[in-house]
Design a protein around this ligand. Structure first.
Ligand code: DLL
Length: 433
C-alpha cells in the first residue's frame, strides 16, 4: 500500500513545479519570519523574487550544524514560542545541543511522512507496532508513534531498553512490526535465547530499523536471525526526525519524500552539485515546515541518489544507505557522539590533557561499548591510586551527563596516545557493522 499516492507517485515535472512554488513561498516566509535567515539572505543579496524555479536553489546559502549551534537555542525558529507545540534536542558538536521546534502543523507533517514511511516498509492499517526507539528528546520514539497513530496502527510505546520486558510483550501481544535501531535488534536475539525464546519464531515480520549506520551484511544477519524483513529508515532531528526517507520491500535505496524534503547531493569540498549518480553530501531543504524550516541543510551524511522509478511504483528518488559522514560524528547505542563534546568536558577538568581517544566496540550479542582514554598530567599520574580513581569517576560522570550514555574512562600516562602530524585520530571504531 502507498500512503500518499498523489505525492509519492507524482511525475517529475509536476514535482519540480510544486517544489518551485514551495521554495519561493519558503524564501518569502523565512524573510518575513526569521530574522537570522533574513539577515543571511540580505547579505547574499537575495529575495524571493530571485527564486524563479527549483533550479535556483543553488543560489541560496547553505545552513550548517554550526549555524544551529550559533543560534542556540531558538535563533533559527521562524515562529514565536507560543506557536511551538513540541521541542526536541540532539547532540551539538560542543557545549550546546541542537534544538528543534515543531508547530502543530509540523507535527501533522511529521505524522504524514512517518505514515508514508511505515506503509513503505510494509505496515498495513490495523497492524500492531512495537516501538522500541527511545521516547523523549530523541526524535525516534515520538516520530514513529505519530506515524503509527496517523495510519491507524496499534502502537506499543515500549521505548528502548528493558529488553526482557520488551521480548515478553512481543511474545504475548504478537506485534507484526518492530521499530528500533539495528544494533538493538541484534542484541535482543541473544537475550531472547537466554529467555528460551526462539528468534525465528518471533511475531515480528517487519523491522523499521535506522538512526545509525548498518551494512548489507548486518541486514542479512538480522534477517536470518529473526526471520524478518529488515528495512532501513533515515532521518535527522534538524529536518524532522525519522521519516525523511524509507526503504520499501525491494530494499534498493530509501525513498526520500521530496515534495517536502528537497534533496541535493553536493561535493562536500567544493559545495558544488555532485555529478549525477556520484556519492556526495546530502543537502536537504524543508519546503513546508514552519517552526524551524531550513534552507539547504548540510546533513554531513554521504549518499548517492537514484531518480529512476522503483518497482514498487513510487517515483520518489532513492538515496543509498548512508555510506559515511563528512565529519567525525559516531553513533553509539543510537546516540550521536562528537569527539569535540568530550574534548569540551576534558578542557574543563583540571589535571587532564586535551589528548584523548574514543574506542568503540561491539562484541557479538552485546550493545556498543565506549571507552574514553584520557591522558593526565605527570604529577597527577604519580598521585595515589585513590586520587586517580576519583578523577576517573569525575570525568566519567561529566561525560555521561553530556552524552546521556554509559561510558568507561581510563586514565593513561602522558604521551601514550599516538600523536599525529595531521588530523588527530580521535576515534578507533572496532565495530563490524
Ligand atoms: O537518528 C532520527 C531517526 C530516528 C532516524 C529513528 C531513524 C530512526 P538524529 O539523532 O538527529 O536523528 O541523528 C541523525 O543519524 O544525520 C545520520 O548520520 C544518522 N542516521 C539516521 N538514520 C540513519 C540510517 C535520528 N538509517 C543522524 N543509517 C543522521 C545511517 C543514520 N545513519
Amino acid at each position: 500500500m502507498i500512503w500518499n499516492e498523489k505525492m509519492e507517485c507524482i511525475s517529475k515535472d509536476d514535482l519540480l513545479d510544486l517544489a518551485s512554488q514551495r521554495l519561493k513561498n519558503m524564501v518569502s516566509y523565512l524573510s518575513a519570519n526569521c530574522p537570522t535567515y533574513k539577515k543571511n539572505l540580505d547579505q547574499h543579496g537575495l529575495t524571493a523574487s530571485d527564486i524563479r524555479n527549483i533550479g535556483d536553489i543553488i543560489k541560496l546559502p547553505f545552513t550548517t550544524k554550526d549555524d544551529m549551534r550559533d543560534s542556540y537555542p531558538f535563533g533559527l525558529f521562524s515562529r514565536p514560542l507560543q506557536d511551538i507545540a513540541e521541542i526536541h534536542v540532539s547532540s551539538g558538536t560542543t557545549g550546546n545541543p541542537t534544538v528543534v521546534g515543531y508547530t502543530k502543523d509540523d507535527i501533522k507533517l511529521w505524522s504524514e511522512v512517518m505514515a508514508r514511511a511505515l506503509c513503505c516498509a510494509g505496515a498495513e492499517p490495523g497492524d500492531m507496532l512495537q516501538n522500541a526507539y527511545g521516547y523523549g528528546l530523541f526524535t525516534g520514539g515520538l516520530g514513529l508513534h505519530y506515524g503509527a497513530l496517523e495510519m491507524g496502527l496499534t502502537v506499543i510505546p515500549v521505548s528502548s531498553g528493558q529488553t526482557k520486558r520488551q521480548l515478553k510483550l512481543m511474545d504475548d501481544f504478537k506485534p507484526r512490526i518492530l521499530s528500533c535501531t539495528p544494533s538493538y535488534l541484534l542484541y535482543m536475539a541473544e537475550e531472547a535465547k537466554e529467555m528460551g525464546l526462539d528468534p525465528q519464531e518471533s511475531s515480528w515480520q517487519i523491522g523499521v530499523l535506522g538512526a545509525e549506520p548498518w551494512s548489507e551484511s548486518m541486514r542479512l544477519e538480522i534477517e536470518q536471525l529473526w526471520n524478518i524483513l529488515a528495512t532501513d529508515i533515515y532521518g535527522l532531528s534538524e529536518i524532522i526526525g525519522p521519516g525523511v526517507a524509507q526503504e520499501c520491500k525491494y530494499k534498493d535505496g530509501l525513498h526520500i519524500f521530496w515534495d517536502v524534503f528537497y534533496p541535493e547531493i553536493i561535493d562536500p569540498e567544493s559545495g558544488l552539485p555532485a555529478k549525477e549518480g556520484q556519492s556526495g553530501e546530502l543537502v536537504i531543504t524543508t519546503l513546508t515546515k514552519q517552526g524551524i524550516p531550513l534552507l539547504r541543510y548540510r546533513t554531513r551524511d554521504i549518499v548517492s541518489i537514484n531518480y529512476e522509478k522503483c518497482a514498487c511504483g513510487r517515483t520518489s528518488p532513492r538515496i543509498s544507505k548512508i555510506k559515511g559522514r563528512t565529519d567525525d560524528m559516531i553513533i553509539v547505542r543510537g546516540i550521536n557522539v562528537f569527539p569535540s563534546q568530550i574534548e569540551h568536558v576534558l578542557l574543563g577538568i583540571e589535571g587532564t590533557q586535551p589528548h584523548y581517544q574514543l574506542v568503540v566496540d561491539r562484541k557479538s550479542g552485546e550493545l556498543d561499548d565506549l571507552e574514553v582514554l584520557v591522558e593526565v598530567e605527570e604529577k597527577i599520574f604519580s598521585d595515589e591510586i585513590k586520587k586517580l580513581r576519583a578523577l576517573e569517576e569525575k570525568i566519567r560522570k561529566e561525560i555521561e551527563s553530556v552524552l546521556g550514555i554509559l561510558v568507561k574512562v581510563k586514565l593513561v600516562e602522558p604521551k601514550t596516545i599516538e600523536r599525529s602530524m595531521g588530523k588527530a585520530k580521535r576515534v578507533i571504531d572496532k565495530r563490524q557493522v
